[in-house]
Ligand binder design. Structure first.
Ligand code: URA
Length: 233
């Protein structure tokens, strides 16, 4: 890989900035100051420093976002702010995308990554990765919901896969599902005669939403969270 591309990828700086840093004698490779931007380096074996900081190459980024309401789970939208608009430059240059979608008014745990293989495994019902939602309902829940959701309810002619229902209070519940049809949780409650008035995703597989993240804040997944999701640590 070219030295300037490597530094851009590691730092999020532009090619012009990086070329300037190289000219300023600020970059070394294996202890030797480099003055050319286009030399080829081994991104995994060579030791590259910018000033006093060693630059470690990584291809993938895995982020946990506490999605706020009013933002769409997309990389581009011509009307609304997207979750990608919330990324800092440090993360944006990896070009992460949201793993599945949360509705514009749904809040909570959204994972963003540029690892397409992992994203596929996390979304595909084949791998049974449960996503757990906290839902506030318009009316009190009924004892019949547990069995109905376990067995599957019909939404637009489609029978949903087994889901886990847990009650918190008479109109606050958890629902865990491992598929992601459009408006699925909202439509499942409609199918049993209720209505979701607030929805927040609180976990994704074994990873829970970090409750220190304010709405709109994000952080990288820890190595153990990534391992729990089956990602490359
Ligand atoms: N189910 C919904 O209805 N909406 C979401 O955003 C996620 C799951």
């Amino acid at each position: 890989m070219r030295l300037d591309k490597f530094i851009c990828d590691c730092t999020g700086k532009t090619r012009t900035e990086v070329k300037k840093n190289i000219k300023q004698h600020r970059v070394s490779v294996n202890g030797e100051v480099m003055l050319k931007s286009d030399i080829k380096i081994d991104e995994y074996a060579d030791k590259v420093y910018l000033d006093k900081a060693e630059l470690i190459y990584r291809k993938y980024i895995y982020l946990m976002l506490n999605k706020p309401g009013g933002v769409v789970s997309a990389t581009y939208d011509n009307k609304y702010k997207t979750v990608v608009d919330l990324l800092s430059e440090e993360y944006r240059h990896f070009e992460p995308f949201p793993v599945g979608r949360l509705d514009i008014d749904t809040e909570g745990l959204l994972i963003l990554t540029n690892d397409g293989d992992l994203a596929h495994k996390l979304i595909s019902p084949k791998y049974k990765v449960y996503k757990k939602y906290y839902a506030k309902l318009e009316k009190a829940f009924s004892d019949s919901y547990k069995k109905a959701f376990e067995e599957g309810v019909v939404i637009d002619g489609y029978k949903t896969l087994p889901a886990i229902f847990e009650s918190i209070s008479e109109n606050e519940v958890y629902l865990s599902i491992y598929e992601g049809k459009f408006h699925q949780v909202k439509r499942m409650f409609e199918a049993v005669g209720n209505k979701v008035v607030f929805l927040k995703r609180i976990s994704f597989g074994n990873v829970e939403l970090d409750d220190t993240l304010l709405a709109g804040e994000m952080r990288e997944l820890t190595a153990s969270e990534l391992k729990a999701l089956g990602g490359k640590v």
